[in-house]
Ligand binder design. Structure first.
Ligand SMILES: [Zn+2]
Length: 411
């Protein structure tokens, strides 16, 4: 369906869509209500947005990319998680495993995935267990990162304790540190109550610093898509997703703005120039690649990866292609893959063959207007994406060379 005919189609539907989920533009909204056009064949049908699953009629080449052109390091996966969470904060050392190595390796071999980086490897005993389950028996195939001990962050002496814990985790095998959006959006002064702890809170300075001196990267997820900081209403381009996951909304209450979160993160980058940071999800600002470029130009110690953002990159393929050209030495491959059943409800992240084939298609082909997730409806905004057809020289860097250098994986 062409853009024009899509618009006309939505225009026709507009009046019939359920309240609060209309797709009419602001301009259309402002227009005085006109009487619906007379049509033959009875009254206009009503259609609930949640039932709408348009099938594209566009006839264009479809490329099936079974295996990546080069061995892949997926720098952003979750195959373990802290077992106990309270209000978005991991409590204690207990860890749960989301998959068996043998199940993962079967998919990895089929899809040409050399290494999966398990970012949420936990702390203490949990981290040791994750290293022993994945990394040690399968050297090079799995890499495990550690995380901060948030549940101790209000105790005296925490800054030094945390720095020491990173050293200990490194000795136990951790190849990096992962900081979830917990910092900035969930962790509070009394862990789960009180004011939110700022991303650039000084108590974490020794933690960032020790990662620099050990030469291990920090993978940092700060904030969330900008739409999650806006009201969940008819103008929100992620309405269906937020409606489906109301707890993903950071609108209002005492949450900082997206801008404040990113500024605090950038102050951390500036204060620790010897530490290498991975600003996950294209710096969590893929809707505005100019701003991500500015960040990369300003902080040479920062890298990005593309997990769960091909929806954004693929709807601006010309911008994205230029971005990959310019920052080809600092972009890494990531998916945010989570095995089922935990990945259920997030089709853009379910670990499996289909997920990787879509990423490969986006990076390797110039296919047009295809689904960015294996799902009947686009889960992260109602649009389709376009491939950016990277040349081999850039693909090789993005698929593995940049990550191999940063994380220390031999490939
Ligand atoms: Zn993630």
């Amino acid at each position: 369906m062409s853009i024009l005919s899509r618009r006309r189609w939505f225009g026709l539907l507009g009046a019939g869509l359920m309240a609060g989920s209309g797709m009419a533009s602001r301009a259309e909204e402002a227009r005085p209500q006109a009487a619906p056009p007379k049509r033959s064949g009875g009254p206009e049908k009503r259609l609930d947005l949640s039932d709408y699953e348009p099938k594209s009629m566009l006839v264009v080449p479809e490329t099936h990319v079974e295996r990546a052109r080069f061995p892949v390091i997926d720098v952003h996966t979750h195959i373990s998680f802290a077992a106990v969470q309270r209000n978005g904060v991991a409590i204690g050392e207990k860890i749960k495993f989301l998959a068996e190595p043998s199940d993962l390796l079967a998919v990895m071999d089929r899809k040409n995935i050399h290494t999966m980086v398990d970012l949420t490897g936990g702390v203490g005993e949990g981290l040791v267990a994750a290293v022993q389950k994945f990394q040690e028996p399968h050297p090079g195939r799995f890499v495990v990162f550690t995380e901060p001990w948030y549940s101790r962050s209000n105790q005296p002496g925490y800054p030094q304790f945390q720095a020491d814990a990173i050293e200990k985790a490194h000795r136990a095998g951790a190849k990096g540190l992962k900081v979830l959006k917990t910092l900035g959006l969930y962790l509070r002064q009394n862990i789960t109550s009180g004011p939110l702890v700022k991303v650039d809170d000084r108590r974490f300075d020794p933690m960032w610093e020790v990662c620099g001196s050990l030469g291990i990267p920090v993978a940092m997820h700060t904030g969330d898509p900008d739409a999650f900081f806006l009201p969940t209403n008819r103008f929100n381009e992620r309405f269906e997703e937020l409606n489906h996951h109301p707890d993903w909304s950071f609108y209002d209450r005492d949450f900082p703005s997206k801008r404040e979160l990113l500024e605090a993160r950038q102050r951390v980058f500036a204060r620790h120039p010897r530490t290498q940071f991975m600003a996950l999800h294209v710096g969590n600002h893929a809707i505005d690649l100019a701003s991500v470029s500015q960040m990369l130009d300003r902080y040479p110690n920062v890298h990005v990866e593309i997990a769960a953002r091909i929806n954004e990159l693929g709807r601006q393929p010309r911008n994205a292609r230029k971005f990959f050209d310019r920052y080809q030495d600092r972009i890494m491959f990531g998916t945010d893959a989570i095995p089922l059943p935990m990945g259920a409800g997030m089709p853009q992240q379910i670990f499996g063959d289909k997920l990787y084939e879509i990423y490969y298609r986006f990076l390797e082909t110039e296919d047009e207007y295809f689904d960015y997730a294996p799902a009947p409806k686009p889960p992260q905004g109602r649009w389709e994406i376009y491939g950016i057809g990277l040349p081999d020289s850039i693909l090789h860097k993005v698929y593995n060379q940049n990550a191999a250098r940063l994380i220390g994986v031999r490939i």
